[in-house]
Each structure stands twice: as C-alpha cells, then as structure tokens.
Design a protein around this ligand. Structure first.
Ligand SMILES: O=C(O)C(=O)Cc1ccccc1
Length: 312
C-alpha cells in the first residue's frame, strides 16, 4: 500500500483531529488541508482532492461520532487505513480580560460540550451552548471577534497558540478521556494483516426479517470474533430503517473474520466493508483452536475430499 502524500482533517488548525493526524508517520511533512466538516473531509478523498482524511469516530465517554458514522456509511465507498488514539483534555478559553464569572455563552464541538457538562453545570449558572464545527473553530471565533459567545471549550494547545486567556483547565468530566480517530482513504487500499487488527463494517438491518439482529450477532459469535463497538444509526430514509456500525477484532484475511463476513452478506446483502487495519493498542485477540486459520483450512480440505471437483 502506498503512503498517502496529501491529507485533510476536521479543522481548522489546532483541533484534536489535527493532533491525531500529526501522530501518523510522515503526515507532519505532507500536504495538509483543513476541512470544515467531517462530510467535507470525506468528500475531498472521494473526489481525489487529497489521498486521505483524518476524522473522529469514537470517544471513550460519549461513544460514536454520529457525523462520521453516517458520512462514511453512504456514498462512494471509502476505506479505513489506520486508527489513532488521542488523550483529550479541555480548557475554558476566553478573550484576555474576561473573568470566569462573566462567561455564560460557550461555543464548542458537540462532543466536547457533552464531555464537560458536569463542570459547566457546577460552575456556570444558566450556561448557554453555541454549537461549533470543532473545538478549534470555537476558539478562532473568539479571536475573530464573534460576539455571539464569550468562552470556548478547546484544547490547551489552541488556546495558547491563539493567545487566549485560559480561565479553567482540565474541565472534562472524565480526566482520562480518549478519542479514537480514523484515517480514511479510497477503497483500493487494504492494510496488511498484523495479527492485532480491527475490521469496521456497516450492516444494514434487513427489513421485515424477524431475528435479524440475533442472526447478525451470531455470525460473529459462532466464529469466535469479538466485537469492540456496535451502534445502531437511522439511515434517514424512513422511520425504523437502521444500520449497525460495528468494529470486530481481526482482519478480513483471518479465516474466521472472512467466514463471518460471508455469513453476514447472506443475511444483509447491503453489507459494507469499511476496512481492516492495525489496532492502535497492538493487542492481539485470543483465538480458540476451532476458529483458527488452520481449523478453517483443514475443514475446507476435508470437504474438498468429499466433493472432489464437483462445483461448490
Ligand atoms: O473539535 C475538535 O477539536 C475535534 O477534533 C473533534 C473532537 C471534539 C471533541 C473531542 C474529540 C474530538
């Protein structure tokens, strides 16, 4: 797989997403273009304006990032190439001269707001929330003279870079929160199996199919494939139409994962493979003997002996 030479990310400069991108070897020296939304970042990959996009996908406190789960599930297919974990700490920043007591209107990204709610509720009476496309965009707004709010929840780094006053530090409700980001490229790429991999799937819930969810889960369970994330999202088409966004342990080149995907495709033919890539924590799954590559290949061999060269 060739290394991407140009990247986009949820910007502007100074987002946690940019920090995730800078963890990718070589990205610091490559062309990097900020995007104003996750959807715009993914579209820039689809239109080949850049090779890959870094976007947030999951937070240890708030769960899945809906904007990413939805934008990656539809449209021209994309591929996840790698994941990055970033520890997240938030500060409350304001223009110089503003006191903590004077801040009531706070701008930030929805995930940051959700992760600082207890601190805000305990500290700022009647706080008003101004949604922003990213934590950094909220901080830039203060500098650019946006008078509609007087404080921004952002990273300590962007507050410092912009010369903002930090009124409170480490205001996240969970002090060791981590966000997971994924680097997304075009579908011709398939990262090599490392033995400690993750596979991400979009599984449409088949309509009028009693027991579909149980059958979907059974495809993983029967092959000893562990799931590390499962979320349901509405497709937006009509009420009751859902897809599941799933992370499974293992690589599509692992026989147990490939076999589970075949089973899933029989149940949900609209199944979308979003990629197999190395786990950021490098943790290998425990594989039972009967779901090992050897067990699958020996079973194929055995059946081949029975069927000979009859078409299968
Ligand atoms: O807004 C940012 O800085 C982002 O990169 C998105 C985000 C927001 C909150 C927690 C983690 C990532």
């Amino acid at each position: 797989m060739t290394q991407p030479s140009s990247y986009t990310y949820l910007g502007p400069e100074g987002t946690f997403t940019e920090a995730a991108l800078l963890q990718v070897p070589g990205a610091g020296e490559a062309r990097r273009v900020p995007a104003s939304t996750v959807a715009a970042a993914l579209d820039a990959v689809r239109s080949e304006a850049v090779d890959a996009a870094m976007v947030p996908i999951e937070n240890s406190v708030e769960g899945g990032v809906s904007a990413t789960l939805d934008a990656i599930a539809v449209g021209e297919p994309l591929r996840i190439l790698r994941e990055e974990l970033v520890p997240i700490t938030f500060v409350l920043a304001a223009r110089a001269g503003t006191t903590l007591g004077a801040v009531r209107r706070i701008a930030t990204h929805g995930h940051a707001w959700a992760q600082c709610r207890s601190w805000v509720d305990a500290t700022i009476a009647d706080a008003e929330y101004f949604p922003s496309s990213s934590t950094a965009a909220a901080a830039y707004g203060l500098v650019d003279g946006d008078e509609s709010y007087d404080g921004a929840i952002c990273s300590p780094l962007v507050a410092e870079r912009l010369g903002l006053a930090v009124l409170a530090e480490d205001i996240g409700d969970v002090s060791d929160a981590v966000t997971r980001f994924v680097l997304v490229g075009r579908p011709d790429a398939l990262p090599a199996r490392t033995g400690a991999d993750k596979t991400t799937l979009v599984i449409p819930l088949p309509e009028d199919h009693p027991g579909a969810l149980m059958q979907i889960l059974d495809q993983f369970a029967a092959r000893g494939v562990n799931l590390s994330r499962i979320e349901s999202r509405p497709t937006g088409q009509f009420l009751g139409d859902y897809f599941f966004s799933v992370d499974a342990d293992g690589h599509v080149e692992d026989a147990r994962v490939a076999d589970a995907l075949k089973g899933l495709h029989r149940i949900s033919p609209g199944l979308r493979f979003l990629g197999s890539y190395a786990r950021a924590d490098r943790r290998s799954p425990a594989v039972e003997r009967h779901t090992s590559d050897e067990a699958f290949s020996s079973a194929d061999h055995w059946l081949g002996g029975i069927l000979g060269d009859r078409p299968r």
